[in-house]
Structure formats: structure tokens, C-alpha cells
Design a protein around this ligand. Sequence first.
Ligand SMILES: *[C@@H]1O[C@H](CO)[C@@H](O)[C@H](O)[C@H]1NC(C)=O
Ligand SMILES: *[C@@H]1O[C@H](CO)[C@@H](O)[C@H](O)[C@H]1NC(C)=O
Ligand SMILES: *[C@@H]1O[C@H](CO)[C@@H](O)[C@H](O)[C@H]1NC(C)=O
Length: 284
Amino acid sequence: MKTFTTLATLVISSAFTRAAPFDHAEWVNPDYIARMSIHESCNATQTIQLEKALDDFERFSHNAQSYLQRAGTEDELIDKYFGSSSNPENQPVAAGIFASLSDGDKAGASLRCDDPDGLCALYDGYYAGHHRGTNGTLETVICDLSYETRKPIEQVCALGHLVPDDQAGKFWGIDLIHRFSHLPIVAGGSVGHAADEYETLIDLAKNNASEAAWNMKTLQYFALDAWAHTFAVPGVGCDEYADSADQSKSTPTPTPEPEPSPTDDAPLLCHTHANGEEHCTTAE
Ligand SMILES: *[C@@H]1O[C@H](CO)[C@@H](O)[C@H](O)[C@H]1NC(C)=O
Ligand SMILES: *[C@@H]1O[C@H](CO)[C@@H](O)[C@H](O)[C@H]1NC(C)=O
Ligand SMILES: *[C@@H]1O[C@H](CO)[C@@H](O)[C@H](O)[C@H]1NC(C)=O
């Protein structure tokens, strides 16, 4: 017993000796921080909700990245969103974008609550938030409307929610995937809007897959669906196929929702790209 203890001590101390050269590492960017900070303009209740939104964002993006990396090369969900059977490079590209979203440097980046550009007030009832563009490339304003409309991650697949039937960005964490994609560190600002509707992004994966990994809504819906399949309803998710298979015999065809129009009271989501181009969609 005594001999054994001595041996173990020897092994441990020699491991320490070998690790010594790495003690002098010089990490690039000593200011690095992975988590977005909350601006001082946010009060106590806003801060507690935004910290939870950041937790949700981290859960969604880590799970999306991990799904892409664990799944191997023939996964139905990955093929559905990224057309990976025809464009296999989309899988590591998307995993890299999610890695940048969650672990990319957010030093100096913040979520603000004080409407510094006056756009929340100007588009009251329409703007849920916006990137400050040239007024502050690292700053994202969250308008009061967000606190009224955004849902927590725990409600994915709950309360009648189906992934294809509702805007992915109605969930706080998925909304932040969009907002943080405007940070320069994330994919160099190259994530775009080739297809914004659920049907068109599924079509994009089938017919124009080279665009799929760089399409914002594809990344958002994939993160949501991967969460649905991993945690919300494990192994099943809550997409239209599972739902119609279960209910096709008993449920009448639902009345289609009217098309959203700019005059609806649905909140508009606008943001400014690095090149100054403004992009708006109805609320997610
Ligand atoms: C924080 O600000 C929001 C928006 O103005 C307000 O609704 C909320 O009551 C405030 N919370 C506190 C603790 O003052
Ligand atoms: C920048 O701020 C001005 C007001 O100071 C505002 O009119 C303009 O819309 C802002 N730009 C962006 C991209 O938010
Ligand atoms: C595919 O994307 C290219 C480049 O954006 C576009 O010109 C083309 O029309 C797209 N094709 C389809 C079938 O959507």
C-alpha cells in the first residue's frame, strides 16, 4: 500500500514536470470573453430576462453544433436543412458557424435597453430589437416588445408549437442567433437571407444547397429542430410529419393562417448589415 502511494505520487509529479513548458503560454486576445454582456442601461428585471435569453441561446447553439458533429454523414435532419447529401461541406461549415456564435469573442459586445437610436420608439409595436449598424457595430438594442413576445426554450414543442408552423425567432435563444450573426466575429458577416420562409429554406437545401449553410433562417430553424429532436420530444421532435402521422385520422384540416402583411400588428424585425443594407421581416 505504502509503495503504491509513493509510485502514484511519482507519476503525478513527473506529469507536472512535463506540463511546465505550457505554463508560459501567451493566449491570443487576453480580453476574450465568450458571453455577451448586458449594458448598464438594462434594469434589474430586464437583466434577469436577458441573462436567461443568453442561457437559452447557448443551449440552442451548443446543441446545434454538437448535433452536427455527432450525427455522422447520413442524418435526415441535417440533410433536410443543409442538403448535406449533395453538399457534404455544409455540415462542418454550419458547425463552425454555430461554434463562432457561441464561442466567438464578444469582448465589447453588449445588449442595450435604452433605445439609443430612437428606433424602438419610432417603430413602437413593430421593432423587437435591432443591431446598431454603423452607430455601434458591437451593440444590439432589445426593445420592450421582446419581453412581451419572446418565449423560453422550455416551451419548444409545448402549447401547440410545431417547428414548421411558427416563426423560429419567437424563442429568445433563436432570436439571439440572428442578432449575434451580425457581430463581425461570426462568419465575417457572411450569413445572409437567401430564403426566409420555412418552405423556401427547405427548398433551398434541396435545390440550391450551396447557399444553405450561409442562410440565417436555415441556421435558426435547424437549431430549433435539433433542440426539439434532442430534448423537447426526444427522438421525435415536433415537425409536421410526426404530427400529421399521429393525428391524420382524427384532426380536421386546420384553417390556414392569413398571410402576414406589413400592416399586421406582428412585430417587424429589422437590422442593418455591415454594408449598411437594411433588412426587415415580419416578427419571428
Ligand atoms: C425595467 O424597465 C422596464 C421597461 O421600461 C419596465 O417595464 C420594468 O418595470 C422595469 N423594472 C424595474 C425593476 O424597474
Ligand atoms: C443611427 O442613429 C440615428 C439617430 O442618431 C438614427 O436615425 C439611425 O437610424 C441610426 N442607424 C441605425 C443603423 O440604427
Ligand atoms: C440559386 O442561387 C443563385 C445565387 O443566389 C441564384 O441566382 C439562383 O436563382 C438560385 N437558384 C434557385 C433554384 O433558387
